[in-house]
Write a protein of this length. Structure first.
Length: 160
């Protein structure tokens, strides 16, 4: 199976909240360093009020959500931030995350953004390995970045 054939679908998180929350919870449960959002309403607030995001999902052959990507476009600062990315644990390690980040970078480039940025917990070894493999570099290390006492790395990739 190749994920190159899989299409990204832009969703309205208000309409697809149940399915998005189910996938987000499944991903968070399998990744000890992620802080799960406890309720659907918390997830909705995170993606629409705390941050103004756009969200895409990837589906399996039966239409189930298996990957999601939420980004924040920052036109005045000329970059796009990947706020959330997750792949169903059953589908991890097969190249889908890489396709999803390539999609984010194409989207940012089409909008004329100069770079893609993201933030990750310094203990999230899986994500750090993933971002390194995709050419992202650490630009800063911030204690208590989200006010939760955890230290975060700031990553970026300058788009060519
Ligand atoms: C991080 C995540 C999105 C990666 O998606 P994925 O589909 O598993 O990743 P891919 O299979 O596309 O891997 C792409 C590259 O990253 C590398 N990679 C993936 N996981 C890695 C790890 N744990 N250590 C080192 N490298 C890793 C792969 O080797 C691959 O490199 P290659 O193309 O040179 O072979 C996924 O594992 C996930 O959902 N994790 C839980 C949620 C999370 O932590 N999100 C990030 C929050 S900041």
């Amino acid at each position: 199976m190749t994920f190159k054939d899989f299409r990204a679908t832009k969703i309205d998180v208000r309409i697809d909240l149940d399915r998005l929350f189910a996938l987000d919870s499944k991903v968070a449960k399998a990744s000890p360093t992620l802080l799960p959002l406890e309720t659907k309403q918390e997830l909705l607030k995170f993606l629409t009020v705390d941050h103004k995001t756009e969200t895409w999902v990837w589906r399996d052959s039966e239409g189930r959500f298996i990957g999601y990507l939420s980004v924040i476009d920052k036109p005045t600062e000329q970059f796009m931030e990947v706020l959330n990315i997750g792949v169903d644990p059953e589908f991890q390690g097969k190249g889908l995350g890489k396709e999803m980040m390539a999609f984010a970078e194409r989207t940012a480039a089409k909008l004329g953004r100069k770079k893609v940025t993201l933030v990750t917990n310094v203990k999230n070894k899986q994500a750090i390995g993933f971002y390194n493999a995709l050419g992202y570099r650490i630009t800063d290390k911030k204690p208590n970045y989200y006010g939760d006492g955890k230290t975060r790395y700031l990553f970026e990739k300058v788009l060519s």
